[in-house]
Design a protein around this ligand. Sequence first.
Ligand SMILES: NC(=O)c1ccc[n+]([C@@H]2O[C@H](COP(=O)([O-])OP(=O)(O)OC[C@H]3O[C@@H](n4cnc5c(N)ncnc54)[C@H](O)[C@@H]3O)[C@@H](O)[C@H]2O)c1
Length: 344
Amino acid sequence: MSEKVVVTGGAGFIGHVFIKHLIENTKFEIISIDRLDYSGNLNRISDMMQNYDADTQSRVKIIHHDLKAEINNLVQSQIGDVKHIFHIAASSHVDRAIEDPMTFVQDNVVATCNLLNYARQINDLETFVYFSTDEVFGPALGGVKFKEWDRYNSTNPYSASKAGGEELAIAFHNTYDVPVIITHCMNVFGERQHPEKFIPNTVWKALNNEKIIIHADSTKSSPGSRHYVHVDDVADAVLFIINNKEKLKEIPDDQYGAKCKKINIASSFEMNNLEVAESISKYLGLVIDYELVDFHSTRPGHDLRYALDDSLIASMGWKPSKSTQEGLEQVTKWYSENQEWLKF
Ligand SMILES: NC(=O)c1ccc[n+]([C@@H]2O[C@H](COP(=O)([O-])OP(=O)(O)OC[C@H]3O[C@@H](n4cnc5c(N)ncnc54)[C@H](O)[C@@H]3O)[C@@H](O)[C@H]2O)c1
């Protein structure tokens, strides 16, 4: 019998690509736990799996469960023995967090605690990956790149709730010996991302000749920027980390004596919002209409720049397989051929 792993948020953007990566690179049976909210979409999994044979498809089991509720005996019996848990589910849209912070506390802190409470009862659990974000560190101004154990500085309730879940995971590692690894990931892009996110939304607007709003600084001259990692590379990095636990153990404890391992998943490819929009217009062969807006002063809670230091994962021997430009070209083409994924 194959070993089992749990992927929370498997019907979401990153989760469904991670499931694909596990299908193609492991023999695991994969159990996805998802509540299927506005951003979770079972079509992602079925669309992604349509070309696999029936045996391969049977390796993926979907459990419909909202992690705000405890993982009760019934759900536990549906899951069975598990080797690794990848906790990817979260509410993740910053604007929604600013409108409704409590939902984010429920989904990202309470839900994480429910999953950790379940994890601490599993005798032979080898790994609990908590999938966190660069946003816990807040704005990376003046060219700074944050290292794994740098201080948090949440600018909005989304990042605070992710930092809260992260601290709980560390506490469960220290208190109950849950085998936690924290990953901080930069901005992810790829196929079947929710259409409200910047890249699919920009492709849609370019195709439909709508004005593209570019977030910029208060002078409206300097667009915000991000380091982008393609979702295939993110999935590869997470699997690389659990396959290289020995290398991870060799990393010295952080300077304050924390035992838990944190690792940044990042790329050196930084693009500003206008460069992203102009690249998309180039790949589509269309002229775009855009406007730089001072979003950050008028709507506090949004950060102009995020950046992570990726030297730790690089020292373990991992780097992204494609540049943002290569990935962006591929993804733009995919969205223009699969426009049903641009509508919401
Ligand atoms: N997208 C990015 O650029 C990025 C960058 C860094 C970190 N992250 C993190 O990656 C993870 C996934 O992000 P995504 O972009 O795939 O988001 P997504 O919104 O596409 O997917 C999230 C999934 O989690 C599920 N979910 C949310 N709350 C749940 C709950 N209470 N119980 C069960 N399922 C629940 C949703 O139904 C959805 O399927 C999140 O933890 C996010 O914080 C994302």
